[in-house]
Design a protein around this ligand. Structure first.
Ligand code: AMP
Length: 361
């Protein structure tokens, strides 16, 4: 890396983005509005390619393509957390990669992630490493039922997860892991699910958006409302927790920390579920409902530019358009006060995120 490779970017510079989904699309649009270009690197097409200045279609382990990509951009970031470790390391040896590959590695493995979070003195669900049937029996005896068995890696939107209730066959649950390393988590009896979306700059500056309350349907985020219906003390504690995590990871960019709110004897307590080392679906409302969007904030952070104001502009609701929901786009466009965002995906497959709508009151 050159001596000034970490210097802040100038308008006209190009940011490399790994991944071509809707998050990359919204990052590219935000970068363009700040006078920055994006170059998308992806193995296959996707909605980000419609709005980026350049793209490379190649596999994540294609070192020649990665080397050429590294030469054509000044920074690298990513829009999904399953970037292979080799890809991140290869690029980080050549130019700044934000968030850093260490943060990525921590968030990629549920066991590493929860161990790291507990090490900061922050609560998670109780958990145990599961490599075989003996581990699972011992963990079920310790954590009780119901419990949730999850693959350590590559899980998202409820994939790679199975609930083990009283009377369920643990062996059948383990078979669903298909031999992949797993983790058993004690079931958290939560009142709400919330998330903090925040940015940390190269200089350690930190700015959090108002905290989000998230509702899921079929394991996929359905609705986010901000600010979440929690006490001011809980909101402050959630932001402080996100900052502690971002600081400890030496993080640069937007991070999302998903948490459960548990009510114990009338007192709200926070339990961290997981870290997303990227812009996050629960932060999409910031495009219409905050002074700076999460996408612009991420670009500012990784460019080494000052962070923008995260101030919320009212009470906000964001609804995802999943699968066939998007077929109502004409109707939604006609609704006063509804901001419609479509990702330009052709096929409205079941469970596929096709767009979102935001309402600010
Ligand atoms: P995850 O993939 O870890 O985000 O889990 C997906 C969803 O499953 C979460 O948003 C929760 O609704 C639920 N969930 C995950 N882990 C737990 C847990 N330990 N206790 C209760 N619910 C959970």
């Amino acid at each position: 890396m050159g001596a000034d490779s970490n210097a802040s970017l100038s308008p006209g510079d190009t940011i490399g983005v790994l991944g071509s989904g809707q998050l990359g699309r919204m990052l590219a649009a935000a970068a363009a509005s700040l006078g920055l270009k994006t170059h998308i690197y992806c193995p296959e097409g996707g909605p980000a390619l419609d709005v980026a200045a350049a793209s490379t279609r190649a596999a994540y382990d294609d070192d020649d393509a990665l080397a050429a990509f590294a030469k054509s951009v000044k920074r690298v970031t990513y829009e999904f957390e399953n970037v292979p470790a080799h890809t991140a390391a290869y690029l980080a040896a050549r130019l700044p990669v934000h968030p850093n590959p260490g943060a990525l590695a921590t968030a990629q493995d549920r066991l590493t992630e929860k161990t790291f979070i507990n090490g900061l003195g922050v609560a998670t669900a109780p958990f145990a490493r599961i490599d075989n049937a003996g581990d699972l029996d011992a963990a079920l005896a310790r954590l009780g039922r119901p419990a949730i068995l999850k693959t350590r890696r590559m899980g998202y939107d409820g994939k790679g997860q199975v609930m083990i209730r009283g009377g369920d066959d643990a062996g059948a649950a383990l078979a669903e892991m298909r031999g992949q390393p797993a983790i058993l988590e004690g079931f958290v009896n939560f009142r709400r699910e919330v998330s903090v979306v925040a940015a940390r700059g190269v200089d350690g500056a930190f700015a959090a958006f108002d905290i989000n309350e998230n509702e899921h349907a079929n394991h996929i985020l359905s609705v986010t409302r901000a600010p979440a219906d929690v006490s001011a003390a809980t909101a402050d504690a959630a932001v402080a927790t996100a900052r502690k995590i971002a600081d400890a990871l030496g993080y640069v960019g937007v991070i999302a920390v998903e948490m459960f709110v548990v009510v114990d004897n009338g007192v709200e307590k926070l339990v961290v579920n997981e870290i997303a080392p990227r812009v996050h679906n629960s932060g999409h409302w910031t495009i219409d409902g905050a002074e700076t969007s999460q996408f612009e904030q991420h670009i500012r952070a990784i460019a080494g530019w000052p962070l923008g104001s995260p101030k919320i502009l009212g009470r906000v609701e964001m609804r995802n358009l999943i699968g066939a929901d998007v077929l109502r786009w004409r109707e939604l466009l006609a609704e006063p006060g509804t901001r419609v965002h479509l990702y330009g995906k052709r096929e409205a497959r079941e469970g596929r995120k096709m767009g979102h709508v935001t309402r600010v009151e």
